[in-house]
Design a protein around this ligand. Structure first.
Ligand SMILES: Nc1nc2c(c(=O)[nH]1)N[C@H]1C(S)=C(S)[C@@H](COP(=O)(O)OP(=O)(O)OC[C@H]3O[C@@H](n4cnc5c(=O)[nH]c(N)nc54)[C@H](O)[C@@H]3O)O[C@H]1N2
Ligand SMILES: Nc1nc2c(c(=O)[nH]1)N[C@H]1C(S)=C(S)[C@@H](COP(=O)(O)OP(=O)(O)OC[C@H]3O[C@@H](n4cnc5c(=O)[nH]c(N)nc54)[C@H](O)[C@@H]3O)O[C@H]1N2
Ligand SMILES: [Mo]
Length: 767
């Protein structure tokens, strides 16, 4: 029997008419041209373009409209009719714009021309591309190689990304951190450690065969809505869904398929989760341990009663190490400790254990709710522990499913954007381009930001992204970003990072993936990799927002050609003229993953680059999958204390990371504002607060530094006691750069230790 779960806050189910209204309402005055709507029909289909939003895979049998509310928003946001031209700077200074909200910066429209900051007038001014490339080259040539960082956010296609990584290595370092350093780096490092694969193990067909899904800290309704379609199908065939999340997220409760006329007309809702467990933030290790304890006890009973074993003993013996230590710990841990740390009841954990045992094929899904913790990698290892108990990994219908963020975030890592040298086929690079690649590991994002703070990092090239807003310790970041010698931002829209110009600062506007990319040999395609390791070609259909735009690839080669010595093996112009040549280089560098790349890239659903763990080939030093015995029962680096809360930083369905489309978080019933802090009724009362009161959140991190975000309105919300929530990116002023996952250095954005101070009415720390 499924539990009856309702969300008092939500205005209707996820999907449904609300999602269509959601798409329509965000644009207001910047509503794109009618032709832009036609563009959506090509989204995520062979011959069309691949969504610019998240990395959810593209099915082989696609729907007439293979996009979701958020994909549509992201696409239309790019196709806005507004333009932020050089004239914009006639009426605005950079300092003045710092008081603007993120939404208002981006709504100015697409950037149209290359710009350089002019300190004397405090404005950006138009320059030519040649001036930009020459100016950048001049500074890069004189800086120490180790002091330059080549950041990328996961937008750019595989071709531009491969050349970008090559540029960094030819320049002389491996400083290639990426947005996943704030996101799924925990997966890249944590999963690699336990199963020898940096990515998830499931593919589309597995979703169709699973009979139970366990969701830990991933919110498909807002962040990967196309996931709701296979989940709806799964429910129809009787699969069970069990969710662990401190917040009741509407997409995990019920769904009306906006692409099904019958569902839309009848209002037919599919209940998604059969059980919904509101775990404390950081409490998943204990919760999963509880489920494991139930499974182990059920196995003991099966042995006593001489029934079929509950554990997959053959799998455990053949494929794993560390089982005995793990099971000893599971047996030794008391239910009272599990209940305290998870905030959940033994009986409820046993009920989810029964679903786990009753299913033949289980998929474990997770997102930022597990990765963004001090013990994020341990969280990930616990999901793998659970799956392995019954051999639910590396076989059909089962496995581990981390849901990636940016549309090509996984692929960029695949083709060389990585700070860790062991991940790179350096011998191939040496052979192809006749140079000695740098051997020292580069910086993660946390190290790069600390380098900015200590002065050892002096320049940043940013291929996409909005780093000042995305990283912890935002206030300090604003200061140190501006102290750099050089900042180059390859961007589509204006954002807050542009407003803290370095000594020399450039904004280089690029084409979006929806736009036609014409080069010397004709129109070019690019390609991306999704969360299931499938590579798909993407062809832009729209006229570019401005004639002066360059493709990301052309910008990378422009910088490279101006900065690096010429060499017959470095054919920057030829590569820019024909991206197919770059794909040949990628295929040569990664022959197994990209076999017949150019001829397979438009295969429906993309081509699979394979994954050893999917076939039970474990690329760990032990050549086995590892059971991990946790050293602690929660994912935190701090203890509970009177007045200390665990702050979860959340996304609304009306934003894509630091891009704020609007102020309607309809699934949570929050309209017209983002300046709120969500607390349960008991916490509001025990803190002596009242609903609607303005408060400040103050960091309670061990370094004792004052970090504050004021002017937040207290809102009652259904949350576990001690866990509170407020929006990202506003909350980044509250987190400390040293508060991160121990293993991967992913910032711990899901349980920031804070206190609440009344009367924080006027401090707007966020902007
Ligand atoms: N519309 C939209 N789509 C997006 C994005 C966006 O900003 N907007 N961002 C993209 C990117 S880059 C990424 S990485 C993904 C992010 O997508 P998700 O991985 O879904 O990330 P979040 O929404 O940050 O957090 C997920 C959930 O974790 C829960 N949670 C918080 N703490 C805990 C905990 O300790 N335990 C458990 N079990 N749950 C917890 C939160 O309540 C939330 O529901 O989405 C991508 N897609
Ligand atoms: N507190 C807290 N902090 C977080 C998180 C959290 O949950 N909580 N989440 C983290 C996560 S998961 C991530 S991934 C990071 C995101 O960090 P980033 O990836 O650095 O930030 P985005 O908001 O995705 O970047 C938005 C900007 O990218 C540019 N852009 C958009 N499309 C394109 C394009 O096609 N090409 C180029 N070149 N530029 C483009 C636009 O100028 C836009 O302003 O933030 C992290 N920070
Ligand atoms: Mo992300």
């Amino acid at each position: 029997m499924a539990d009856k779960i309702s969300n008092p806050e939500a205005e209707g189910p996820s999907g449904g008419w609300g999602s269509l209204k959601g798409i329509a309402s965000i644009f207001g005055e910047s509503w794109p041209t009618p032709a832009a709507l036609g563009t959506l029909a090509h989204q995520n289909k062979p011959g069309g373009f691949m969504c610019v939003s998240c990395a959810w895979p593209k099915p082989v049998n696609y729907h007439p409209f293979e996009f979701c509310e958020n994909g549509a928003k992201a696409t239309l946001w790019e196709l806005t009719s507004h333009r932020c031209t050089p004239d914009f700077w006639n009426t605005h200074t950079v300092s003045e714009l710092r008081d603007w909200k993120d939404h208002d910066l981006e709504i100015t429209g697409r950037l149209t021309h290359p710009l350089r900051y002019d300190a004397s007038t405090d404005r950006y001014v138009e320059i030519t591309w040649d001036e930009a490339f020459a100016g950048i080259a001049e500074i890069l040539q004189r800086l120490e190689k180790e002091s330059v960082v080549f950041y990328s956010s996961g937008h750019a296609g595989l071709e531009a990304s491969y050349l970008y990584a090559l540029l960094a290595r030819l320049y002389g370092n491996n400083n290639l951190p990426q947005s996943s350093n704030m996101c799924h780096e925990t997966t890249s490092v944590g999963l690699m450690k336990v199963i020898g694969s940096p990515v998830g193990t499931v593919v589309w067909e597995d979703l169709e065969k699973a009979d139970a899904f366990f969701f830990f800290g991933q919110n498909p309704g807002s962040n990967s809505p196309r996931f709701l379609h296979p989940l709806q199908e799964a429910k129809k065939r009787g699969a069970r869904i069990v969710t662990f999340n401190p917040i009741l997220e509407q997409g995990l409760i019920s769904f009306v398929n906006p692409q099904s006329p019958v569902d839309m007309l009848t209002g037919h809702e599919t209940q998604i989760s059969d059980q919904y467990h509101q775990v404390r933030a950081g409490g998943d290790i204990a919760a999963i341990l509880g489920i494991c304890k139930h499974v182990v006890e059920a196995d003991d009973l099966a042995i006593t009663d001489d029934r079929e074993r509950v554990l997959d003993v053959d799998f455990i013996a053949e494929h794993t190490v560390g089982f005995n230590a793990f099971v000893d710990m599971v047996r030794a841990t008391s239910w009272s400790d599990i209940e305290r740390e998870s905030g959940l009841k033994e009986a409820d954990l046993r009920r989810s254990g029964d679903v786990y045992i009753g299913a033949n094929n289980v998929i474990g899904v997770y997102g930022m709710g597990l990765t963004q913790h001090s013990q994020g990698a341990l969280n990930v290892a616990m999901v793998v522990n659970l799956l392995m108990l019954r051999g639910n990994i590396g076989r059909e219908g089962a496995g581990c499913c981390p849901v990636r963020g940016h549309s090509n975030v996984q692929g960029q890592r695949t083709v060389g954007i990585a700070e860790k040298t062991k991940l790179i086929p350096m011998d191939k690079l040496k052979e192809l381009f006749d140079f000695d690649p740098p051997t020292k590991d580069g910086t993660t994002i946390v190290d790069a930001v600390k380098g900015l703070m200590s002065g050892s990092i002096k320049a940043f090239i940013s291929l996409g992204g909005n780093l000042v807003r995305a990283v912890p310790d935002q206030k300090e970041m604003e200061r140190v970003w501006a102290e750099q010698e050089l900042a180059v931002m390859v961007s589509t829209k204006l954002n807050r990072t542009h407003l803290f110009p370095a000594k020399v600062a450039y904004i280089l506007p690029c084409l979006s993936r929806t736009e036609i990319d014409t080069q010397a040999t004709g129109n070019q395609a690019v390609s991306t990799e999704d969360s299931f390791s499938h590579i798909s070609g993407s062809v832009g259909k729209r006229t570019p927002a401005s004639k002066a735009l360059k493709s990301e690839l052309a910008i990378v080669t422009g910088i490279a050609k101006a900065t690096l010595d010429p060499h017959p093996k470095l054919k920057w112009d030829e590569w820019t003229g024909d991206y197919g040549l770059v794909r040949e280089l990628i295929e040569y560098s990664y022959p197994k993953d990209f076999k017949d790349y150019n001829s397979r890239m438009f295969q429906p659903g993309g081509f699979y680059r394979g994954n050893g763990a999917h076939e039970r080939e474990w690329k760990t030093p032990e050549k086995k999958a590892l059971f991990t015995t946790p050293g602690q029962l929660n994912a935190l680096s701090f203890a509970d204390a009177q007045g200390r809360y665990r702050l979860v930083t959340i996304r609304s369905n009306d934003q894509f990371n630091t891009t704020i489309y609007g102020y309607s978080d309809r699934f949570r019933g929050i309209e017209g504002t983002r300046d709120v802090v969500l607390m349960c009724e008991a916490d509001i009362a025990s803190a002596g607060l009242v609903q609607g009161q303005r408060v400040a959140l103050v960091s309670d991190f061990e370094d004792g530094k004052r970090r504050e975000l004021g002017g937040l309105e207290v809102r009652r919300h259904d949350l576990p006691s001690g866990t509170i929530a407020a929006y990202y990116p506003e909350c980044n002023v509250l987190n400390a750069i040293d508060h991160h996952d121990e293993l991967s250095k992913t910032p711990a954005s899901k349980a920031i230790p804070v206190r609440i101070e009344a009367g924080g009415a006027s401090t707007r720390g966020a902007i």
